[in-house]
Design a protein around this ligand. Structure first.
Ligand code: FES
Length: 107
């Protein structure tokens, strides 16, 4: 389990306990957080699960694989630190991570 602080597009924080093995995308979707669409269900085929990871946390994650990097080219307004949340499995070492949800994925 890791406690993840999802920072919503309006600046409010939603602090959620996410089980290990879920992805950051699943942690957001299964808790009803706005700002993640995840149209492809986690297949790395839509880029609508973009999140922005602060640099200090980004350095602790496994770098993006080639398919994630390629799909990021289709993400709306990517920022430094942007990743696809469906490609980031949650582990205990991520406890306390801050994850920014972009405005571009609000319905
Ligand atoms: S949910 Fe589609 S790329 Fe992540």
């Amino acid at each position: 389990m890791a406690t993840i602080n999802y920072r919503l597009a309006d600046g409010t924080d939603q602090i959620v306990d996410v089980p290990e093995g879920w992805t950051l995308m699943e942690g957001a979707i299964k808790n009803g957080l706005r700002g993640i669409l995840a149209d492809c269900g986690g297949a790395c085929a839509c880029a609508t699960c973009q999140v922005v990871i602060p640099q200090d946390w980004l350095a602790r994650l496994t770098p993006a694989a080639a398919d994630e990097t390629e799909m990021m080219e289709f993400a709306a307004d990517p920022q430094p630190g942007s990743r696809l949340s469906c490609q980031i499995p949650v582990g205990a070492a991520m406890d306390g991570m801050v994850v920014q949800l972009p405005k571009t994925q609000l319905l």
